[in-house]
Design a protein around this ligand. Sequence first.
Ligand code: SF4
Length: 78
Amino acid sequence: TYVIAQPCVDVKDRACVDECPVDCIYEGARTLYIHPEECVDCGACEPVCPTEAIFYEDDLPEEWSDYFRANVDFFAGL
Ligand code: SF4
């Protein structure tokens, strides 16, 4: 899955939402989240993010490694 990390917080540009072919990017209070089971790993969202907040799970920078869990937990709480 792709994961949305810290640079999205309080930005929520939503350019990624328009690109996603399966509509698996959802809006939370302060950031957007990618549904880890609905994401088809197409990569379309990553280059359009103006803050470069989106990473493939294995490419998440170390300092944002918590965001994988944050995306999973967001959907667990819905
Ligand atoms: Fe949607 Fe593709 Fe991005 Fe996954 S990688 S969130 S399917 S645009």
